[in-house]
Design a protein around this ligand. Structure first.
Ligand code: FES
Length: 78
């Protein structure tokens, strides 16, 4: 379950808001991947590189943010 405050924070964030600084991926890139058919977080990760830095100094917190963005913007084709 995603906290409404976190969902609202990402809903209101500008497209330039960085999701994964390690990969240089912002909200716009995540939304673009979703628009191209990535309807799950693993698919978005594969397309964008979010969360792949195992030496991440931010403990890969981007993964939780990615889950929120997928919940907000992706629709399952099934
Ligand atoms: S912030 Fe995403 S891997 Fe570091």
């Amino acid at each position: 379950m995603i906290a409404e405050s976190e969902a609202a924070r990402w809903r209101e964030a500008p497209d330039s808001q960085m999701v994964c600084p390690c990969a240089g991926v912002d909200k716009a890139a995540v939304k673009a991947a979703i628009a191209q058919g990535a309807f799950t977080a693993p698919l978005v990760k594969a397309m964008t590189g979010v969360g792949r830095d195992f030496g991440c100094g931010q403990r890969r917190e981007c993964e939780a943010d990615l889950e929120i963005l997928v919940a907000l913007y992706a629709e399952s084709p099934c």
